[in-house]
Design a binder for this molecule. Structure first.
Ligand SMILES: [Zn+2]
Length: 358
């Protein structure tokens, strides 16, 4: 990869996608943004399995957006969440249409789901060792029928977008190794098996795989989904899934987006680089945190003499497509989320850091 400044957002309907494309081409590409991770997920009018479609983005909409982005020098990367994040605090249309894929069918809609910020209360288990709550359902990692459905969906996104890279999510998978099909199996092996299958499928089509990096980091060192709260103990070791044990058994051409949104002083990007991956440190909404993450990552890339494998940074906006125009066009309008209002400042910061790195 050449030098990279990426933007990630989830325009979850057709008009949002058009606004996302406008925001990227008008306001971000001139500042060096040349990669757009578009979280399409199930917000697409799938022809192979229309029952999993959650919104109105058509193949024509996606093609038009990607063509426009490319005309402005921006590489489009569609994102489809795999394995984990089959919904956010509820089940998505895939698990609703195919309940037999669900890793935790015993968790009832409206009862066992909780918001992300409550995650630290999680490790309650039933007598069989199964989690009683989640905010993030998953498909079973040992259920091959999943791929009879998911691979055709991914193929549709690849075909419509004409992409060279696809982001397959795979972050924050917390429900694994719990159902009857996969209990007792190594979580690292479940993660590896699913990633390799997806990677190989996309590679056959000439498409490079990108995922979030957290499941390849050691949870003893980093607990993004298990935040300590005053008066509570940190989760015990038994709650770690240690998927990171497979780090040297997955293809090295998988691009890892190493997200850290807070005041992160650790050199996690360096850990991933040391295993031979191409890594994009990925920030969110605070310029000072983006700079800290970048400086640590850059130091590691230079120390390990592998700047070619750390070509830049990904900015996660965590916003819908229509929202992405707001901080650039009507920054003083009431109601803009505070974190989104900082996007232009983050962009300026990342733009200058990466420009100076080349
Ligand atoms: Zn399972």
């Amino acid at each position: 990869m050449t030098h990279t400044i990426g933007i990630h957002a989830g325009p979850n309907y057709a008009e949002g996608l058009r606004n996302f494309t406008k925001a990227v081409t008008r306001y971000m590409a001139p500042k060096g943004v040349n990669l757009a991770v578009i979280e399409i997920d199930n917000c697409f009018q799938f022809k192979s399995f229309p029952q999993v479609s959650e919104s109105n983005i058509t193949a024509e909409d996606l093609k038009e957006a990607c063509d426009t982005l490319r005309q402005h020098g921006v590489e489009p990367v569609p994102l489809y969440n795999c394995f984990g994040h089959q919904g956010w605090s509820s089940r998505n249309a895939l698990l609703k249409a195919f309940p037999e894929f669900d890793e935790s069918p015993w968790i009832k809609d409206g009862e066992g789901f909780m918001p992300h910020f409550s995650w630290h209360h999680m490790p309650e288990k039933d007598a069989q060792g199964r989690s009683l709550y989640t905010y993030n359902p998953a498909w079973c990692g040992n259920e091959p029928r999943v791929y009879d459905v998911v691979l055709p969906l991914i193929d549709e996104l690849i075909e419509a977008s004409g992409c060279k890279m696809i982001h397959l999510g795979m972050d924050e998978i917390v429900m694994m190794g719990e159902c009857d099909r996969c209990r007792g199996l190594s979580r690292a092996e479940l993660f590896r098996k699913n990633l390799v299958l997806l990677h190989d499928h996309c590679a056959e089509k000439g498409v490079r795989t990108m995922i979030w990096g957290d499941r390849l980091l050691n949870e003893f060192l980093w607990h993004p989904w298990k935040l300590p709260v005053p008066g509570q103990e940190m989760p015990s070791d038994r709650d770690n899934l240690l998927t990171c044990a497979c780090i040297d058994d997955v293809p090295k051409d998988v691009i890892l987006c190493d997200w850290h949104y807070g005041h992160n002083t650790e050199h996690f990007t360096g850990e991933l680089l040391s295993h031979g991956f191409t890594v994009l440190p990925s920030c969110w909404d605070r310029p000072e945190n983006a700079e800290l993450l970048w400086n640590n990552a850059r130091e590691e890339a230079e120390k390990q003499d592998c700047k070619d494998r750390m070509p830049g940074m990904l900015i996660c906006a965590w916003a819908g497509g229509s929202n992405l125009l707001l901080p650039f066009e009507t920054p003083d309008a009431p109601g803009i989320p505070e974190e989104l209002s900082r996007l232009p400042a983050v962009l300026d910061k990342v733009s200058s850091l990466v420009a100076e790195y080349r």
